[in-house]
Design a protein around this ligand. Structure first.
Ligand code: FAD
Ligand code: NAD
Length: 468
């Protein structure tokens, strides 16, 4: 009957959707011998998103910041099934997940449905475009690995086209005008990385063009980085000024065309600005599979930001069989890797407790249906006592370790929640901390080595400017 998933009828089936921060963190901590574990994700790897902007300018090799999901699962006690597919529908009543192979190559079977006892919903979010015309067609995103690779290709293409003989100065200025949309941490980090590429490499590789490169950051709100303190916002703004990056606040992108962006200025006038590349970093929106699942529980799931969960990350409106973590869940925390990974490891721990509870309940059930004897009554009593211990699940508590963002020129900003207050710091020391923090939180020794080697290579030889 073809390839089968590992299945022990004595154990409950735990399906994990996704292979990002939330899902990988669950997997890393989980005791896999408690369940039949199945992971389903269209990507068969974990992507270390904080370093994605570094890939976009060629500081890091794309493969240095990804880790195959099987790298985590193969060290587990009991086999875990990893399936490269997208979940297309979750039925919270029948407890089934429908999924399909959405990659380029498919076999004769490319979609199916499986049942779960517990589901960890960790599909993240997708890029918010607000349906603004031209965004999908003409802008580069900064969310997936292929987005960073695409940006690198387009950026180098703009440079090579600007270097084409006979190009007018006006056209060179257009081709080398890079517009970053969104003054959240993604937009800020991308701008900082482009600036570093310009100063550290392009000045020597393209000396005749370097002075024509211009970066503009567009933000609809009155300031960039609203999650950071005022002091750090000012530090970022003044660093960007030194770096010749223009920040346009209270300015909305209304349309993106092939060779320009249409902006609405603070006085509501509309201007069209020529540019060679637009990077779209305007935030997150829910995936369709998430919206559809919420739509099946309309009386409970009304938050437009994401899935409403209880203190134990259980999706409200279900019988406790669906857990939601990370960017697809609406909590009081920001949509960050830090939150998703803490939720993931919390969930792995309570899943151990839930497995114990389920096993005890099954034993109790068996005893209750057998004829009463003194021995059985004593055993029942003992199990009930044990059940009391595992029944109380402690709620999820987030412990904020601080926010960090790289702003270019070897500088980073950080807000640390020390001593009951916020200690705001910025500058080169923070940057060193940033690099060491990232390198030590990278999941595997393998990735740490790859990233450290890339950094050394760039210091020695500069970034590679060949366009793949
Ligand atoms: P993700 O990590 O996005 O994972 C979602 C997973 O679900 C992916 O594996 C995806 O392939 C999979 N998936 C998608 N659709 C389906 C489907 N239909 N079925 C099954 N699986 C599916 N946060 C920080 O705390 N610090 C930072 O420095 C930081 N830097 C960032 C830099 C960038 C450029 C970006 C884009 C984000 C950054 N973040 C940072 C935010 C952080 O990456 C997210 O908050 C985090 O990824 C959320 O984790 P998640 O597991 O919810 O989603
Ligand atoms: P974001 O939602 O934080 O910021 C997007 C910005 O784009 C907003 O400020 C919004 O006002 C602006 N915007 C939206 N539409 C616009 C338009 N049409 N014209 C002009 N501006 C527009 O998005 P992000 O930066 O991608 O971050 C997403 C999540 O990931 C956040 O929770 C963030 O904290 C997290 N993240 C964290 C880090 C870090 O800690 N270093 C880095 C990247 C992302």
């Amino acid at each position: 009957p073809g390839h089968q998933l590992p299945h022990d009828p004595e154990k409950k089936t735990l399906v994990i959707l996704g292979s990002g921060w939330g899902a990988t963190s669950v997997l890393k901590t989980l005791e896999t011998d408690d369940y039949n574990v199945i992971v389903i994700s269209p990507k068969n790897y974990f992507l270390f998103t904080p370093l994605l902007p570094s890939v976009a300018v060629g500081t890091l090799n794309p493969r240095s910041i990804i880790q195959p999901t099987r790298y985590v699962t193969r060290h587990k006690k009991r086999q875990v099934a990893v399936i490269e597919a997208s979940a297309t529908e979750v039925d919270p009543i029948a407890k089934t997940v429908k999924f399909e192979d959405t990659s380029e190559i498919q076999g004769l079977v490319s979609n199916t449905t499986i049942s779960y006892d517990y589901l960890v919903f960790a599909v993240g979010a997708e890029v918010q475009t607000f349906n603004i015309p031209g965004v999908r067609e003409h802008a580069c995103f900064m969310k997936e690995l292929e987005d960073a690779e695409k940006m690198q290709r387009h950026f180098l293409d703009c440079l090579e086209s600007a270097a084409f003989p006979g190009q007018s100065q006006e056209e060179i200025n257009r081709l080398l005008h890079m517009v970053v949309v969104g003054g959240g941490p993604t937009g800020i980090e991308v701008s900082g990385e482009i600036h570093d590429f310009l100063e550290e490499d392009l000045r020597s590789w393209y000396p005749e063009l370097a002075n024509s490169v211009h970066i503009t950051l567009v933000e609809a709100l009155p300031s960039v980085l609203p999650m950071f303190s005022k002091q750090l916002i000012e530090y970022t703004e003044s660093t960007f000024k030194e770096q010749n990056i223009d920040i346009l606040t209270k300015t909305m992108v209304k349309e993106i065309k092939e060779k320009s962006v249409v902006l609405q200025k603070p006085d509501k006038t509309i201007v069209e600005i020529p540019c060679g590349l637009v990077i779209w970093a305007a935030g997150n929106k829910l995936r369709k599979v998430t919206q559809d699942l919420m739509g099946k529980l309309p009386q409970y799931q009304t938050n437009r930001r994401g899935i409403t969960v209880d203190d134990h990350l259980r999706m409200v409106g279900t019988d406790g069989s669906i857990f939601a973590v990370g960017d697809c869940a609406a909590t009081s925390y920001a949509a960050t890797a830090q939150v998703a990974s803490q939720q993931g490891s919390y969930l792995a721990r309570i899943l151990v407790q839930i497995a114990k509870k389920d096993a005890l309940e099954a034993q109790l059930h068996a005893l209750e249906s057998a004829p009463v004897t003194e021995e059985r009554e004593a055993e029942k009593h003992n199990i009930e006592k044990q059940l009391k211990k595992v029944e109380n699940l402690r709620p999820f508590k987030y412990s904020h370790q601080g926010s960090l963002a790289y702003i270019g020129s070897d500088k980073a900003i950080a807000d640390f929640p020390f001593f009951n207050g916020n200690l705001a710091t910025g500058g080169v020391a923070t940057y060193l901390f940033w690099r060491s923090a990232y390198i030590s939180t990278l999941f595997s020794l393998r990735n740490r080595t790859l990233v450290a080697t890339d950094w050394i290579k760039v210091k020695l030889f500069g970034r590679d400017v060949s366009r793949e």
